[in-house]
Design a protein around this ligand. Sequence first.
Ligand code: AHR
Length: 307
Amino acid sequence: LQAREGRQGNVSRTGGRIVVGFSQVGAESGWRIANSESIKQAAKDEGIELLFVEADQRQEKQIETIRSFIEQKVDVIAFAPVVATGWEGILKEAKAAGIPVILSDRAVEGVDPSLYTTFIGGDFVEEGRRAARWLAAKTKGWPTVNIVELEGTIGSAPAIDRKKGFDEISKDHPAFKVLYSASGDFTEVQGKEAMQAALAIYGGDIQVVYAHNDDMALGAIQAIEEFGLKPGRDILVVSIDATRAAFKAMLEGKLNCAVECTPLLGPQLMQAVKWHMAGRQLPIRIITSEEVFPSELAAQEYSSRRY
Ligand code: AHR
């Protein structure tokens, strides 16, 4: 990032435009790529100048980026925190500099809520519950439901919350048993590796894969096929995000259910920026609305999927 001097030492503003610095997690998944596009497009549509930096899933890089936004005196800082903890210090720096911070997509933990303006994103705990509720209905009457859980990035809000929501519902279903659980860091490659490891130990005893995102589920599907089993039939697969790639897998009969988590947060984020700059009070939490798509609905929904 270049430090750019302008009026009052701020970054130079073209025609008095609002300047937003956004620190993105990275480009680990199809969801993330759609989220980045949504944010860039919405900034363009709203005439907001956007400084956009990816962090390769590294918290220290996000902290460095946010500090550089503070130095450049942007109007608003927004970021999607890669992990939930460890943000108090940098948020205090932003507050001391008088720059408002908006959380996008992922929450932070252990932080005084006065250090950020609002948090816009889905309800990850509910997404985990929805996956478990779908599974409970699908496996009704099964004596065993042996599950492999592919978790997201360790310490990230979606990994923590999607596990929590799933576990909450699982308690009422004694047949549910998580045989194997490992992090695939939200990537297809690591999802596949984790599934290969699970198959090497439990093989045909595995009845279900619950993946915290679609990319890991797609990796697991490859591993199951290479193992000689049929994903979607021999092993049920349920994942979170509901990207077009997941819909394609459902149409091919390889994925059984996609729980939606929308990445299309750009318009709400830029609206929040504008409202804040206009002096309006924002709610501390803005929850996006999301659905559940069992494979039976895939054909009718596929053509209208926007990500
Ligand atoms: O924080 C949202 C999660 O991050 C998405 O579910 C996943 O695909 C992404 O990497």
